[in-house]
Ligand binder design. Structure first.
Ligand code: 4NP
Length: 145
């Protein structure tokens, strides 16, 4: 199973999701990408790295890249952090692609959340990590890893 996490900038939510998921998912490959190109080549945002490191997730090796249509062939499952991510992903779907695209919060229905709020704007990095951990655990249960 090869899982791609996608957000807007690829410096806060999706690298955090990748960092959490790679630590708890067994036998899965994972990556993350942003639909925007502003931060390509940059490491995750400092405050996001700090909050993640405090919980034992080291994000320092990650570098931002932009999501592309080729990702539909490279991954078995593509996960967006909010509805606008999903819309931006679907806009690039090749005609013949059946790769599932899901909202991360679908894996944590008990939270009642329909998106991972962007901590780049809310500044609530711990709140984002709380939700990302719940979604990642739910995803692992769902795909049986
Ligand atoms: P992310 O947050 O999508 O969770 O990485 C963002 C970070 C930076 C920007 C947008 C979203 N930006 O526009 O610079």
């Amino acid at each position: 199973m090869n899982v791609l996490f996608v957000c807007l900038g690829n410096i806060c939510r999706s690298p955090a999701a990748e960092g959490v998921f790679r630590q708890i998912a067994h036998g899965c490959a994972t990556d993350s990408a942003g639909t925007g190109s502003w931060h390509v080549g940059e490491p995750p945002y400092g405050p996001m790295q700090d909050a993640a490191r405090a919980r034992g997730y080291d994000l320092s090796d990650l570098r931002a890249r932009q999501f592309s249509a080729r990702d539909f062939d490279r991954f078995d499952l593509i996960i967006g952090m909010d509805a606008s991510n999903i819309a931006n992903i679907e806009r690039l779907r090749p005609k013949d692609s059946t790769t599932p695209v899901r909202l991360f919060t679908d894996y944590a229905p008990d939270t009642g959340m329909d998106e991972v709020p962007d901590p780049y704007y809310t500044r609530d990095f711990d709140g984002a990590l709380d939700l990302i951990e719940l979604c990642a655990k739910g995803l692992c249960r769902d795909i049986g890893v």
